[in-house]
Ligand binder design. Sequence first.
Ligand SMILES: *[C@@H]1O[C@H](CO)[C@@H](O)[C@H](O)[C@H]1NC(C)=O
Ligand SMILES: *[C@@H]1O[C@H](CO)[C@@H](O)[C@H](O)[C@H]1NC(C)=O
Ligand SMILES: *[C@@H]1O[C@H](CO)[C@@H](O)[C@H](O)[C@H]1NC(C)=O
Length: 377
Amino acid sequence: MADRWTILAVPLVCLTLLGSLLVHWPTLLNTFQRPKPLSNPRPKLKSTISFNIANMPTIESTIPVNVTTTTVLIWYWAFGFNQGISPNVCKERFGIPNCMLSDDRSLFPKADFIIFHNRELITGQQRLPLQLPRPPNQGWVWFSIESPPHNGNLRPFAGMFNYTMSYRRDADFFMPYGWLAPRLVGPGMTVEDFIPKEKSHLACWIVSNYADHHRRTQVYNRLKQVINVEVYGGGAVNGRRVASEDLLPTISHCYFYLAFENSEFQDYITEKLWKNAFIGGAVPVVLGPPRKNYEAMIPKDSFIHVDDFESEEELGQFLKQLAGDRERYTSYFKWKLNYTVTQTSNWLVEPECRICTKLTTLQRPKVYRDLQSWEWK
Ligand SMILES: *[C@@H]1O[C@H](CO)[C@@H](O)[C@H](O)[C@H]1NC(C)=O
Ligand SMILES: *[C@@H]1O[C@H](CO)[C@@H](O)[C@H](O)[C@H]1NC(C)=O
Ligand SMILES: *[C@@H]1O[C@H](CO)[C@@H](O)[C@H](O)[C@H]1NC(C)=O
């Protein structure tokens, strides 16, 4: 998805363009569609809840032991995707109590937090309500799930935001693209039960935003000299198009999935890993932040990092060997016995509701005097 948002970095984005983007990239729409009820609901929230595993940062910390309702105001909907929420949505969908989420601007004077999605600010489609008297305890939240090159110039926002909400672990409101939740598997289940049976392709890559200057393109071009890479995605890469409902079945036939990010920044680990590779059932070959960064989020023996190899030749040879060594290949799936992948269900509602679970650990007051530097650090 992040790739598609890249397009919007063009300063003068008009709604017509946006409309056509949506037609052509149904996955983007999927991400923002009103979510279906969770088939596997989260455990009921008690006083504390945590998805903390090993060294993974917590997604949720303490629920406020506080009967005061927190009001979270969405100043405008990202990309205009109005979610038509009821004020009780946080309780209904995520079990988060005392948390009112609304897009009713008349709540400005009493809102505890106001969410501003970055894209509309940098394109000039929306502006901060600087003309309104800002209550001193109100927190303005900068929200983006894009990597720094796609967030525009943030210098004009120096000193305006109190909090950040992003995939960065050091954001005030950390909301990753995905995370692992502990699970207990039934007796008798073995790791083989988690590996799709029919593997017909060695390595697969689905790419929607193909650009020669991306490092991933260069790695792909060299890797395909060594091994066969099935590439999907049309456009310049000239691969087969794959409909969104065929995405995971397609990947399940691959031993390895190239989970190559469009840019390399700390914590920028997207659905290419969580959904395409992990849920699709292929071992991820990642290109993105350094291995250590991945290891803070996922077990170290669950993925292959391109930087582990001197060359694409070496990487390609390794993948060939690994695919032929059942025992070793299987070991990359061991984590599935203990963890399950969770993804953010709806970026426009879920992180906003989760603000209410972070109140006790929040620094107050806080101001981002130099958001641009924070973003690029
Ligand atoms: C309850 O929440 C309000 C607003 O979020 C906060 O100002 C207050 O300090 C909280 N009280 C306690 C006991 O945590
Ligand atoms: C992972 O799950 C397996 C099978 O349920 C269990 O035997 C093992 O102890 C678990 N490992 C960890 C680290 O929890
Ligand atoms: C938020 O930032 C504004 C502007 O810098 C500041 O005046 C206010 O005290 C801050 N509020 C909180 C809750 O940190």
